[in-house]
Structures are given as C-alpha cells and as structure tokens.
Design a protein around this ligand. Structure first.
Ligand SMILES: Nc1ncnc2c1ncn2[C@@H]1O[C@H](COP(=O)(O)OP(=O)(O)OP(=O)(O)O)[C@@H](O)[C@H]1O
Length: 263
C-alpha cells in the first residue's frame, strides 16, 4: 500500500511560488539581495550555495519565519508577503523538518494521530467520517506505511534511529496534506544508508507535489532536483538543471574551485 502520498493533482509547469526582489537586511548587513525566484508546480527545486550564501535566510523568508525588508512573495497567485507561517501552512505551503515536532515518548501511531488533528486536516477531512477515530487511525497507518514505518507503529519515537526519525517527521508533515513541501537540509547529519532512504522518500513524496529544498549534498541534488538555484553572497549566481549550473564557471568559482558535480 503506497496510496497515501498524494496531495492535490499537480498542474506541472505553472509557477506555484514566486519571489520578486526579495531582500533581507540584518542590522545593516544585507543577507539576501534582490532575489527573484519562480518555483514551478510539480518540480523539485533546490537552493544551493556555499556557506553563508543566504540559503537559510531565503528559506525562512519563503516559509514566513522571517519578514523581508523588501520584495514580495506570491503563492498560488496570492500575495503572502505579510502572511504568518501558520496561515501559509493552512494554504498548503508546509515546512519540514523543524516545524513537525516529534514527541519522543509517544508511539509512531500517536505521533501521526496528533499531526492529523491539526486544523488543516480536520477542516477538510475529519468531519466527513462516520467514526472519526477509525478514520484517524486508518489515515495514520497509511502515512506510516507511506514512509515505510508501518511495522514500527507501536514503538515510541525515542527508540527510532536518526534516519527513521526523519522519516517519521515526513509522515507528520504529510499529515497536513501539503501542496508544496519545503525541506531544510533533509540529509543533514545522515549516514550514507539513511541518505539513500530519505532520497527515495523525497522522490516518492514529490510525485504529487512541489518540493523546494535547501541541501548541501550535491549528489542528492543532482539526482532529485529538476531546477537548481545557486546563491552566493545573498544573490542568485546561476539557475538551471544540474548539468547547467555545475558547468557554470561562476558556480565553480563560488565553490572555491571544487567540482560541484562530483560531491
Ligand atoms: N539573524 C541574523 N542576524 C545577523 N546576520 C544573520 C542572521 N541570520 C543570518 N545572518 C547572516 O546572513 C548571511 C547568510 O546566512 P544564511 O544562514 O542564510 O546562509 P546559508 O547559505 O544558509 O549558510 P549555511 O550553508 O552556512 O547554513 C550570513 O553571513 C549570516 O551570518
């Protein structure tokens, strides 16, 4: 059973999230300068760049954890520049992993059930069920199955390996039925085997939704992402598919002469 990864059917190609002239000053220091971004619906889009390039700041601006100094952010045609994080999450723009708390002493099933009781899911699904609890349990098991954790449903989250905890976080994020998922360094701190599992999971999750990720692991980026935006010193340096950006001399220079394609 792998039926539970789906969100709304995608209309591949339309711009779902757009930033215009995005700028963020921190007490006189401009961390992000005039960034224009267009994320296409159904794509897997990466933000990469050397340390301090402004990736996390852009990510926090797009997910409304920071307010821009200048510029606009448009999601599905609606100006969300001044909207709060909770409101954009209800609109379907959902951030993982930090936002999706995992409760270590609850079982995996209970963790997902808690996530399912958040407003977005309740508003659209819960009232329709004849026996609400059964619906909740069934959906929670579907989500655990989707991230290949169904066999561990009755284990507490504290007992999971690091990689499986991240998979549980994906399940709790999917409980919100996001149309667009923003992932902040999903591979951070992972061993080789877990990287492969989470990459597979992201690939499956991305089949029915748009994904934007900040990621340092360029090998993963090359395998998963359709479009890559390279930031350096707060500005966009290059954009394109992996072959295009990895051949760009400015990108090679920004990575201090390293070979981005062979991370
Ligand atoms: N709250 C803040 N106050 C002051 N400066 C900040 C703040 N947040 C970020 N910066 C600065 O803005 C710049 C961009 O930081 P940011 O964390 O966005 O880069 P990054 O590309 O995510 O880097 P890394 O890959 O190291 O995480 C850095 O010079 C950083 O020191």
């Amino acid at each position: 059973m792998q039926a539970s990864l789906s969100a709304a059917p995608g209309r591949a190609g339309n711009v779902i999230l757009c930033a215009e002239g995005l700028t963020k000053d921190f007490s006189g220091f401009t961390a992000v300068k005039n960034v224009d971004l267009r994320i296409r619906e159904g794509s897997v889009h990466a933000l990469i760049g050397p340390n301090g390039a402004g990736k996390t700041t852009v990510f926090n601006l797009l997910t409304k954890f920071l307010q821009p100094t200048r510029g606009r952010i448009i999601y599905r045609g609606e100006d969300i520049t001044r909207a709060g994080a909770a409101r954009v999450a209800r609109m379907g723009l959902v951030r993982s992993f930090q936002i999706s708390a995992v409760f270590p002493h609850l079982t995996l099933l209970d963790n997902v059930r808690v996530a399912l009781q958040r407003p977005r899911y309740l508003a659209t699904q819960w009232w329709r069920s004849v026996t609400a609890l059964d619906t909740l349990n069934a959906r929670a098991m579907e989500l655990l199955d989707a991230v290949q954790l169904a066999d561990h449903a009755h284990v507490t989250a504290a007992e999971l390996s690091y990689g499986r905890k991240r998979a549980l976080e994906v399940a709790t994020t999917l409980a919100l039925d996001p149309e667009m998922l923003l992932l902040d360094e999903p591979m951070a701190g992972m061993g080789h085997e877990d990287v492969g599992h989470i990459a597979d999971l992201i690939r499956r999750v991305a089949q029915n939704r748009t994904v934007l990720m900040v990621e340092h692991n360029l090998n993963v980026v090359s395998q998963l992402c359709d479009t890559i935006t390279v930031l350096a010193r707060g500005e966009i340096l290059a954009e394109g598919n992996y072959d295009e950006v990895s051949r760009d001399p400015r990108v090679r220079e920004a990575y201090l002469g390293s070979e981005p394609a062979d991370d």
